[in-house]
Design a protein around this ligand. Structure first.
Ligand code: UD1
Ligand code: MG
Length: 451
């Protein structure tokens, strides 16, 4: 099959008015990635060599996204949104270059897997001129229904054009179709717009192909993979299914999730085997956790790397650029941003560590704050190896603490501290013996005098 050349066309120009959004529909995210990005990923994994995307005329955000995510993909603009067949024809310049297989996918059907894409292509390799990916659902409302006779696919009927009886059919169109390259353009150009919506329906290709005596087949996919997103509720349901997929994959890869339903992943979360994730953990984009690390309950991680054997949380926040070496500890109510922790470094309680580097085995006491921002610029705090920062210290950046430094609790550190030095940055304590008693006596007398 790999010998066959393939053109994949993703339709992404629809306005998605039922989303009630200023954002193009396909830019709404599933697990932090625009839905069209999921389709691009599936095609890339399936090894699709030529991809084009049909976009609307005013969707520069979409075009920017595609050029970053799939720089080789070609964008075609559909100037008027006259339906899915019209949208495919907006890619006519790409269609005119020969391909054995032409795949059409919808940008609003993001959960399709590379395996399913391969199944549709296999049907073409097996001799189909047109292959439609269908699925069974208990709730077919809104989908095109696949009309079959004796197991053959004869037509697709859109919801608005269907009879009562046809609406009861539960075998639906996912929107994903494969055309044999030799038939695609001629079938698409034969599609008219004589229907309830006055649109050029891609789905009409089925009847036309049958009328020409071509080989039309349906391929069966699962509903979770093939569900389309037209509303916010469908977006939420797709998100839930994708999260389940990520959870299952994490567990299959050897991670323990103590309460899988409460762990939320980004599309690119990478957990090695033997990572343990406790309850109510949220992964934002770009997180990697190495083997043997434990992410404790109620932690939020984004753009962070956690080294092997480290423990993060409970209630920790790792922000972009947090890079924790092996066997580190970041405990409750600690926020780390753009900061590296060497192996064995610890910040166990109530701290903000931003724009910093903490050397191996250094210990950051409770309540330590790196003052990294002066209202205009960010500055760096550097701490060497094996240093100890006492509780409630304020490190005013830019500032440099060497190896083996000891900072007394409650210090405000504004100047660099050399290796092995002990730094005090606080006023000296004064103790006056017996004076508390005198003070109480005087205050009581004052109060009695007033009453
Ligand atoms: C479509 C199918 C329906 C199928 C369902 C699966 C048709 C006529 N109907 O209906 O059979 O069950 O998807 O989810 O194909 N688009 C454009 N330009 C347009 C119109 C749409 O690019 O002029 C794009 C949209 O961005 C979207 C995709 O095509 O990604 C599907 O369009 P949508 O309007 O969502 O079609 P459905 O009503 O969902
Ligand atoms: Mg749709």
């Amino acid at each position: 099959m790999t010998a066959r050349s393939c053109l994949s066309i993703i339709l992404a120009a629809g306005l998605g008015t039922r989303m009630k959004s200023d954002l193009p529909k396909v830019m709404h995210e599933i697990a932090g990635l625009p839905m069209v990005g999921h389709v691009l990923n599936a095609l890339k994994t399936a090894g699709s060599e030529r991809i084009c995307v049909v976009i609307g005329p005013e969707t520069s955000a979409l075009e920017d996204f595609i050029s970053k995510q799939a720089p080789d993909a070609r964008c075609h603009v559909q100037h008027e949104r006259l339906g899915t067949a019209h949208a495919v024809l907006a890619a006519k310049p790409s269609l005119e270059v020969d391909a054995d297989d032409v795949l059409v996918l919808f940008g609003d059907t993001p959960l399709v897997t590379p395996e399913t894409v391969a199944k549709v292509r296999q049907a073409l390799a097996d001799g189909a001129d047109l292959a439609v990916l269908g699925f069974e659902t208990g709730n077919p409302f809104g989908y095109g229904r696949l009309l079959t006779e004796n197991g053959c696919l004869v037509a697709i009927r859109e919801e608005k054009d269907a009879t009562e009886e046809e609406r009861r059919i539960t075998f639906c169109n996912s929107g994903i179709m494969g055309f044999s390259g030799s038939q695609a353009l001629s079938l698409l150009e034969a599609i008219g717009n004589d229907n309830a919506k006055g649109e050029y329906y891609l789905t009409d290709a089925v009847e036309i192909a049958n009328g020409r005596g071509l080989n039309v087949v349906s391929v069966i996919g699962s509903q979770t993979e093939t569900q389309g997103i037209n509303t916010r509720a469908q977006l939420a349901s797709c998100e839930a299914d994708f999260q389940d997929r990520m959870r299952r994959a994490a567990m299959d890869n050897g991670c323990t999730l103590l309460a899988p339903q409460t762990v939320f992943f980004s599309h690119d979360t990478h957990l090695e085997a033997d990572v343990i994730v406790e309850q109510n953990v949220v992964f934002g984009a770009g997180v990697k956790v190495a083997s043997g690390a434990r992410i404790r309950a109620f932690s939020h991680l984004e753009g962070a790397v956690v080294g092997s054997g480290s423990i993060v949380g409970p209630y920790a926040r790792l922000r972009p650029g947090a890079v924790l070496g092996a066997d580190t500890r970041v405990g409750n109510f600690v926020e780390v941003k753009n900061a590296t922790f060497g192996a064995g470094a610890k910040a166990n309680h109530l701290s903000y560590i931003g724009d910093a580097s903490i050397g191996a085995k250094s210990n950051i006491g409770a309540g330590t704050i790196t003052c990294n921002y002066d209202g205009f610029l960010k500055h760096k705090t550097e701490i060497g190896e094996g240093s100890f920062v006492g509780s409630n210290s304020t490190l005013v950046a830019p500032v440099n603490l060497g190896d083996g430094v000891f900072v007394a609790a409650g210090s405000v550190i504004t100047d660099d501290v050399a290796q092995d030095a002990l730094a005090f940055g606080r006023s000296r304590q004064v103790v006056r013996e017996g004076k508390a008693k005198d003070l109480r006596k005087r205050l009581k007398a004052e109060k009695d005098g007033k009453s």
